[in-house]
Design a protein around this ligand. Structure first.
Ligand code: SF4
Length: 329
């Protein structure tokens, strides 16, 4: 396997660690209102091999202590407050001020993603219960910390732990996390315009599996790079790149990409092998095998035949295989 195709495992403690912010209770820290935790085995066991976690408990950090009163969101759209259930104490202003300061601190840590605890009035990303004046809840809210964090760091890939069980959401989240990290690495170092062109070329099929229009726009941006300053170019590329990856990849788009890639193999494979690849793509399209099957086959022949154009394509291995992101049917 060539180095270009291999996912270069980034282990915590290495110089190039991937940092993920996380609600501290998901790591098993006993910071919940009753002193319990919400340890998540997938996060700790599987993801822990590849990421350095940066745990944050906003409620403890604003001084509420453990144990503490439970909190809830109360009010209506536009005027949602974070209040204590029993005493009615209002912690909204303290939480907003803290969240702004903490977001600046996290920005300096160069996080590549964030995992939030679902349903929490502080950390929940969506569908958090908001109680009206009669005590009737609707699932329309967003935790106060989460809402400030996402406003301050709008490109940061964020997801709730519960939603990671959905294979499509998981794929989309990790495509963004690893993509964001590659981009951060590129722009962190001294980069040349040629480096950006090379980066963009290697991301082609991954971007196409998300959004063709986004890929085309990024291509125009890179091609017209001489018109803009480097900082401005990096900013625009980063923003458009992350928006492109945020468009969910679909089976139809994956099939398109696979067919394009297999087209490049046409001249270097015999008829039987081409047929084998065609059938693998067809089986994936029909839902008989997971995406990893045709991709593994194509990657094998790309390496075997040394198909240069495809060898650097990140699409062939955008994340570590141990995460098994493309293994569902
Ligand atoms: S959900 Fe957030 S605020 Fe609540 S215990 Fe977990 S980390 Fe702390």
């Amino acid at each position: 396997m060539t180095r270009d195709l291999a996912f270069v495992g980034v282990h915590p403690e290495s110089d190039d660690e991937i940092r993920i912010g996380i609600s501290a209770c998901l790591l098993g820290e006993e910071v919940r209102y009753d002193g319990s935790h919400k340890r998540d085995r997938f996060i700790l066991g599987t993801l822990g091999q590849f990421f350095r976690f940066v745990p944050v408990c906003p409620e403890v950090d604003i001084g509420l202590g453990v144990p503490r009163e439970t909190l809830r969101l109360a009010g209506s759209e536009g005027s949602v407050r974070l209040v204590a259930n029993r005493s009615g104490a209002d912690h909204t202003d303290a939480m907003i001020a803290y969240s702004r300061t903490k977001s600046s601190e996290l920005r300096r840590l160069d996080l590549s993603g964030y995992l939030l605890k679902r349903a929490s009035p502080s950390c929940g990303m969506e569908r958090v219960r908001v109680y009206d004046e009669n005590g009737v809840p609707t699932k329309t809210g967003q935790g106060i910390f989460a809402s400030v964090l996402l406003e301050e760091l709008p490109l940061l890939p964020a997801e709730e732990e519960g939603r990671l069980h959905d294979p499509a959401i998981r794929e989309n989240f990790f495509d963004r996390v690893f993509g964001y990290h590659r981009l951060q690495r590129l722009f962190r170092e001294k980069w040349s315009r040629g480096d950006l062109v090379r980066f963009h070329t290697g991301e082609k099929y991954l971007l196409l599996s998300h959004d063709q229009e986004g890929y085309t726009e990024l291509g125009r941006l890179v091609a017209s790079q001489k018109d803009s300053g480097r900082e401005e170019l990096a900013e625009s590329y980063r923003e458009r790149y992350m928006r492109t990856l945020a468009v969910p990849a679909t089976k139809r788009k994956h099939v398109n990409v696979l067919e394009h890639m297999s087209g490049y193999l046409r001249d270097v494979l015999d008829g039987d092998t081409r047929e084998k690849i065609r059938r693998a793509i067809e089986d994936y399209r029909s839902g008989y095998v997971p995406l990893v099957v045709p991709i593994t086959l194509i990657r094998h022949y790309v390496e075997l035949r040394g198909v240069e154009y495809l060898q650097g394509q990140r699409y062939l291995e955008p994340h570590p295989k141990e995460l098994m992101i493309r293994n569902h049917v």
